[in-house]
Design a protein around this ligand. Sequence first.
Ligand SMILES: [Mn+2]
Length: 374
Amino acid sequence: MIDYSKMTIERFDAFVKSITVNDRIALVHDTDPDGICSGVLVATSVERIRQKPVDLVISKDHGKVTLTDGNLKMLQQHKINKLFTTDLGVDGDPATLKRAEETCEIIIFDHHKLVNDVNSPRTILIKSQYLVTRIDPSQYPASKLVYDLFSRHVDLSDRDWLAAAGLIADASAKTWQTFLDVLFVKYGEKKLDNIFDTPFGMVGRIITSTIGIEEGQVSALFECVLEAKSYRDILASRFRKYEEKYSAELQRCINEHKKKAEFHRELERMWYEIKSPYKINSPVSTILSFMPEYLSTTIIVLQDMHDGFYAISGRRQDGKVAMNDLLADCVNGLENANGGGHRPAAGAKVAKKDLQIFKERFMKALQALLAKKD
Ligand SMILES: [Mn+2]
């Protein structure tokens, strides 16, 4: 049984009931599979509730998970009075949120680490950890959260595959086995050993690949997912070809890791700098982290983004190291850097000139953790 927090649910219900055709509604979503699937579920729900689409969709580019001045300007230009955000830790910047509150009522759907309790008369913060306390919030992705909550008000059963795609991409399939098993039967799809090879897994792969190769496609991709009556429409879309290219590149990076990564067995550490024309560090780190021999390895995969910054992904699947805290500590005080995410999977952005500092801090932190264990 899911232990819902009563107050959050009641406020959410009242908010949904207050939605009318006259509202100016915006959606701000993250641009990974969970962010897009949860965003599409919000957009679909709003449209079904009031028979009119959302008025504005803002797709966040990677690296900034909080609202920007540019986002606020857009909200004002479009006279938005109700705002939904999905899969973004916007609670990391309460000041900007307060400014958004001057014109908008806000609902935040998120499952990242709680940074600030930004609940207020104008804002409802819906963190997975408020609703379910017995699992790590990384295991209750935004897509499933949005699906569960909006299903209280509108029939989304024909879009359940969006919840599946989002949670599989966020490495949460094990937590939702029963939910997924029902869908495999319902749609007559085979359950495969590798969940990422199933059609629901493939939806996420197509999203990751498209954005990893051509970030400018994000609006078209969002539209495609929104219009799709079934996951089959996405698998048959023009975005499928990105997945093929990306998969090959992913395989190359995985194949080369033994040769090119730096290992430090004593510290249970892997440090792997990859070079690729695509933004690919995050899926490379995820795949490595689930290889049986690396389940107890702290993995860093980084990539020069050729914009003065490194994109960094950290993974550790056995739960012994909190990657979100670790990366946040390592970037603390560095110029234009940021870091955070989930306990098993986190990300960071660091200026090229500060990479050495980051690496030293990372090594020191692991040594300190190791000392604690002894
Ligand atoms: Mn997510």
